[in-house]
Design a protein around this ligand. Structure first.
Ligand code: PMV
Length: 286
């Protein structure tokens, strides 16, 4: 029997712009998904297409048990975390000798297949290695870890990443002279953030600006706006949509002493709040 775990992720800057070759900053967050795999002679009971593909890809049979502390389908990278941890647990249980890099690559391939071509390597990369990354056109640069206090608010409004990516593409097609400068401005925010990663107050303002530009791109949602405003009103350095938008989650960068208060304000605003921080480990054997 082998148990492995992997963390979730949030985008701090640059979602949607990354689809157009701009840089983005994403980081691994607690909590984690735990996966236990055990060799069996019969086929495992697939609980998700991701798990099914992991066994198929590695050509083994086994049973699997998932314990996820990460809300699913909310843009926090739970499918990538499940995939990465399942591959690592199979690799360990069956002694397949795959490296971390091979697992990250395979996990991306599986996400792409299950999501019918619509996947970026961001989630699988961040979940495998942990920490914070500058992502650009499939390349990644590890950034120095920071002790951020983050509060994630889940709007509980369902959304589809594919649909939101399509929505931005449509808008860009109809209003190219407006959307292109907006994407350039998001890029400028990400690049400026790179120079101020250890200044939460400065970063917070950049998050607010990034949020406004995501609204311009049409990926806002009334629940997300309410949560973002509630976080700012309660003393967050800044707050923004994280991920695809149109529902899903927002993230606030918080002063340490205010994170619980901000989380409370998000709950009162009918969101589900999660106080979190950077996960620096990535894939981990339990
Ligand atoms: O909501 P998520 O975690 O699936 O984030 C989507 C981020 C996008 O930039 C909109 C798409 C992508 O593949 O990077």
């Amino acid at each position: 029997m082998a148990t492995w775990s992997a963390p979730g992720k949030v985008f701090l800057f640059g979602e949607h712009a990354v689809v157009y070759g701009k840089p983005g900053i994403a980081l691994a967050i607690r909590p984690r998904v735990y996966v236990t795999v055990r060799k069996t002679s019969h086929a495992h009971h697939a609980k998700s297409p991701y798990i099914d593909q992991c066994f198929k890809e590695l050509n083994v049979k086994g049973s699997v048990y998932i314990n996820s502390q990460l809300p699913s389908s909310s843009g926090l990278g739970s499918s990538a975390a499940v995939t990465v941890a399942t591959l690592a647990a199979i690799n360990d249980e069956f002694g397949l000798g795959k490296t971390r890099d091979q697992i990250a690559e395979l996990a991306f391939k599986i996400e792409k297949r299950v999501q019918k071509g619509r996947a970026s390597p961001t989630d699988t990369t961040v979940s495998t290695y942990g920490g914070m990354f500058l992502i650009k056109e499939g390349t990644r640069k590890r950034l120095a870890p920071q002790n951020y206090h983050l509060v994630v608010g889940n709007s509980q409004a369902t959304h589809s990443t594919a649909r939101m990516v399509e929505k931005v593409a449509d808008l860009k097609g109809k209003y190219p002279t407006i959307c292109e400068p907006v994407l350039n401005a998001i890029e400028a925010i990400t690049l400026d953030a790179m120079k101020h990663l250890d200044e939460p107050q400065y970063l917070g303002r950049l998050m607010d600006m990034n949020h406004a530009l995501l609204d311009v791109l049409g990926v806002g949602h009334p629940h997300l706006s309410r949560l973002v405003l509630a976080a700012r009103a309660t003393g967050a350095y800044g707050a923004k949509i994280t991920g695809a938008g149109g529902g899903g989650c927002m993230v606030a960068l918080a002063p340490k002493n205010l994170k619980a208060r901000i989380a409370g304000a998000l709950e009162v605003t009918e969101g589900r709040a999660l106080i979190t921080c950077l996960d620096t480990e990535g894939l981990r054997k339990e």
